[in-house]
Design a protein around this ligand. Structure first.
Ligand code: ADP
Length: 305
């Protein structure tokens, strides 16, 4: 449905996208997750034709975005990260405006407002809405024309827990109608229940792409093991790394690393056999959120230069 081939985008010296290739299938809910500055908004904006890529190709429904942007726009409902509405208009007036802009009759407008949970506020002026309510209104304008594709940039960012529950329900309903949904988030947990597949974007590159289950297996760095060793030295660190430990660090007399659960006992045995006096140990399984942070840590403030 959406095919992205070797997409690049430079803003002067800043390389926002460095050769992104993705194939998003029809009726799939696909999430792009990454820290701030990873290139998520740039990627979504290139798909809807708001940003011109420096290189690569995007086709939506077999139509090339650069060649026929108008056709693409008809197929996509877009929730941008920032949207502003005229403050003196009411919720209903805003949504009527978007409906007329897209040539839609007004019969269904209250249903749309109800679906995003803002029907009760329909006569309220936009200037009096909370951030969460504004986001619901923005979502309403994205779904109003019942497009086959929804592209939602950080859709949960201003929502309170109640708003997030309503959002998840809405996405499930849209999904059950066979819609292709592409959404972005910098927080994995908000979208992990919704997405069929997740791409992790870091510094303009896709570093992982899989189903949630696949990511859990593939990205699983194993358990965290912390071993307190009386006569700890860097040789112990080399020994555990030789046995497959990842991210090993030494802090005082504590050696800490990630290791697959089945290798835990072998590591301890090897340390003891090599004369290390193991005094204590502590272990914990890593969660998906931790693994995501591991992948992306240190990148949120990167300059991408
Ligand atoms: P994300 O949505 O993941 O936070 P963005 O796509 O907004 O990432 O930004 C990716 C990189 O491109 C960042 O380094 C950002 O500062 C830069 N960038 C985004 N838009 C522009 C722009 N219009 N001009 C210059 N740099 C930009």
């Amino acid at each position: 449905m959406i095919k992205i081939e070797n997409l690049t985008k430079d803003y002067g010296n800043i390389k926002a996208l460095l050769g992104v290739s993705l194939d998003i299938e029809k009726a799939e809910t696909f999430a792009i997750v990454g820290p701030n500055g990873a290139g998520k908004t740039t990627l979504l904006n290139t798909i809807v034709g708001l940003v011109h890529p420096s290189g690569g190709k995007i086709t939506v429904d077999n139509i090339e975005v650069s060649k026929n942007p108008k056709e693409i726009k008809k197929r996509i409902g877009y929730l941008p990260q920032r949207i502003s509405f005229h403050e003196n208009l009411s919720v209903l007036e805003i949504i009527e405006f978007y409906a007329s802009l897209r040539g839609i009759n007004n019969n269904n407008l209250e249903n749309v407002l109800s679906a995003v949970g803002i029907l009760e506020q329909r006569n309220k002026k936009v200037g009096a809405l909370s951030g969460g309510m504004l986001q619901r209104l923005a979502l309403a304008q994205a779904i109003i024309s019942d497009p086959p594709i929804l592209i939602l940039d950080e859709p949960t960012i201003s929502l309170d827990p109640e708003g997030r529950i309503a959002f998840k329900k809405l996405i499930r309903e849209e999904k059950s109608k066979g819609k292709t949904i592409l959404l972005s988030s910098h927080i994995l947990s908000y979208i992990e229940e919704l997405a069929d597949r997740i791409a992790i974007l870091v510094r303009g590159k896709v570093v992982a792409l899989d189903t949630l289950g696949g990511l859990r297996t593939r990205l699983k760095m194993g358990s965290i093991l912390e071993v307190v060793i009386e006569n700890l030295s860097s040789q112990a660190l080399s020994l555990v790394e030789d046995l497959g430990a990842k991210n090993a660090t030494i802090n005082g007399n504590r050696l800490r690393f990630f290791i697959s659960p089945e290798d835990k006992s072998k590591v301890i045995k090897t340390l003891v056999e090599n004369g290390f006096n193991v005094m204590d140990l502590w272990t914990e399984d890593s969660s998906l959120e931790e693994i995501f942070i591991k992948y992306t840590e240190g990148d949120s403030n990167s300059s991408n230069q």
